[in-house]
Write a protein that binds this ligand. Structure first.
Ligand code: HEM
Length: 454
């Protein structure tokens, strides 16, 4: 009989983790905080038993690389979280799997290539100028909900880049619908959400709203197809023209709808969240804000930035990167392993739930000294080279990394470049900003601010 290979995981111990009583206590914390505490208390590989399932929490960049890149086909999205969001996103890129996902990703990748999205600077600046004009009309002592303002502008940007001006008439209704749809995963605690055919009111309401959203998106696609006009060069035009390189086929109606709804949702709250947390951190660090405004003023002299300006605004990028390190808009992702595997000398059985928390990883003290401190200098390009590339993954990594990362970075930087030059945004004193982790990492009761011309 052959000797047991030392690499055979079946003989390794299971990872350490909290007792059942401690696990219950952790459930009272927000998930990102709980996962950070687990990493601090038990290390980079932790086994967390909860009443619903056992989660294997990975917090070492090499293990993250193993799951997201090296062995990625062994880790699927067959988890509760994706099942819930899948009710809205269908077979769109975020929730699709296997060969079908690979085909769609190939089809859509060129649409999001840097040279294609750079041209969206015009739309981003136009939408930001509209917001800026509305801000200029506000009274200086007026309380403004920054989270809502940022959500509105990022929705306008993503919907305009997808559909062009065709969306304008439907925009208000669509915002309302997306808000309801976004709240749906919050009802996870009721568990009813997981059994969509149960005729409880929340499921009936969701079905009604989702049908309306589908009809609106189908309508916009049909209108475009019928017009025969493919000269607008928005994302819809490009998706309609996209053909599979092997079969020459385009997308069918349902697939097109799922992709468009996915892009609307994936590309909207995420960028808004990044903007809100960046403002929050700037409000607490006036010295960083002063240096940033100085960079913007000397390079742009008050005008909006274009894509071509960004290489001359290094500090702007560093500030955004550092804000997304401390408050990653997507705070964590889940996977399910379909094979037994070894992580750091521990065994993780086949069929396990795996959790990767950007929040915990990006505060790992071994890679981020004094991890809770806001310090954009960490992202000085020379220092970036020295760091393990998998300890900073706000857009995830590997084949399933965010397809919209370039567009999001462009948008966040251009919005800030314009608004920071014109306005001083300050938190309303005494208001406690409490993070709340839903799908994105938001603030529980929003972010009230005052806005004055700079
Ligand atoms: C700051 C803004 C954003 C952040 C932090 C972010 C983050 C992420 C992350 C972490 C994933 C991986 C999710 C997973 O594994 O389940 C992802 C996937 C994705 N994101 Fe983003 N995203 C942002 C903006 C955008 C934008 C603007 C778009 C498009 C308009 C977009 C479209 C997508 C899509 C389609 C996927 C699925 C990719 C695939 O699996 O092939 N995201 N994003």
């Amino acid at each position: 009989m052959s000797a047991v290979q030392p690499t055979d995981p079946s003989h390794l111990p299971l990872p350490p983790g909290p007792s059942l009583a401690e696990s219950y206590r952790l459930l009272k914390m927000s998930p990102p905080e709980a996962l950070l505490k687990l990493a601090k208390d038990y290390g980079d590989v932790v086994r967390w038993r909860t009443p619903l399932n056992t989660i294997y929490c990975l917090n070492h960049p090499e293990h993250v690389r193993q799951v997201l890149t090296q062995s990625y086909p062994r880790y699927t999205k067959d988890t509760i979280d994706y099942r819930v969001v899948g009710r809205t996103l269908g077979r769109g890129l975020v929730t699709n799997e296997g060969a079908d996902w690979a085909k769609q990703r190939r089809l859509m990748q060129p649409v999001f290539a840097n040279r294609s999205i750079d041209k969206f600077d015009v739309v981003i600046n136009e939408m930001t100028t509209q917001l800026s004009e509305a801000w200029a009309r506000r009274r200086p002592d007026e309380t403004v909900w920054l989270d809502r303002e940022m959500s509105r502008v990022t929705f306008q940007v993503v919907s305009r880049t997808l559909f062009g001006t065709a969306i304008d008439d439907a925009a208000d209704e669509m915002v309302e619908i997306l808000e309801i749809v976004n709240q749906h995963p919050l009802k996870l605690t009721s568990l009813m959400t997981l059994i969509p055919w149960l005729p409880v009111p929340s499921n009936r309401r969701f079905a009604r709203i989702k049908a309306r959203l589908d009809a609106m998106v189908d309508g916009l696609v049909e209108q475009r197809r019928a017009s025969g006009d493919s000269s607008r060069n928005d994302i819809l035009d490009r998706l309609l023209a996209a053909r599979d390189q092997d079969t020459g086929e385009g997308m069918d109606r349902e697939q097109m709808r799922d992709e468009l709804i996915t892009l609307l949702l994936a590309g909207h709250e995420t960028s808004a969240t990044a903007l809100v947390w960046t403002y929050h951190l700037l409000g607490q660090h006036p010295e960083v804000e002063a240096r940033l405004v100085e960079e913007l003023r000397s390079e742009l002299g008050g005008r909006a930035a274009t894509s071509a300006d960004l290489p001359r605004l290094p500090y702007l990028k560093m500030v955004v990167q550092e804000a997304m390190r401390l408050y990653p808009p997507v705070w964590g992702i889940a996977r399910r392993s379909n094979e037994e595997a070894e992580f750091g000398g521990y065994r993780v059985p086949a069929g396990s739930y795996i959790s990767i928390s950007m929040y915990a990883l990006q505060r790992h003290p071994e890679y981020w000294p004094d991890p809770d401190r806001f310090d954009p200098e960490r992202f000085d390009p020379k220092r970036n080279e020295q760091r393990h590339s998998y300890c900073y993954i706000p857009f995830s990594a590997g084949p399933r990394a965010c397809i919209g990362a370039g567009m999001a970075m462009l948008e966040i930087q251009l919005v800030l470049a314009q608004l920071l030059q014109r306005f001083v945004v300050r938190p309303v004193p005494g208001f406690a900003v409490i993070p709340q982790a839903v799908v994105t990492f938001k603030t529980r009761a929003g972010m009230p601010v005052t806005i004055t011309p700079r």
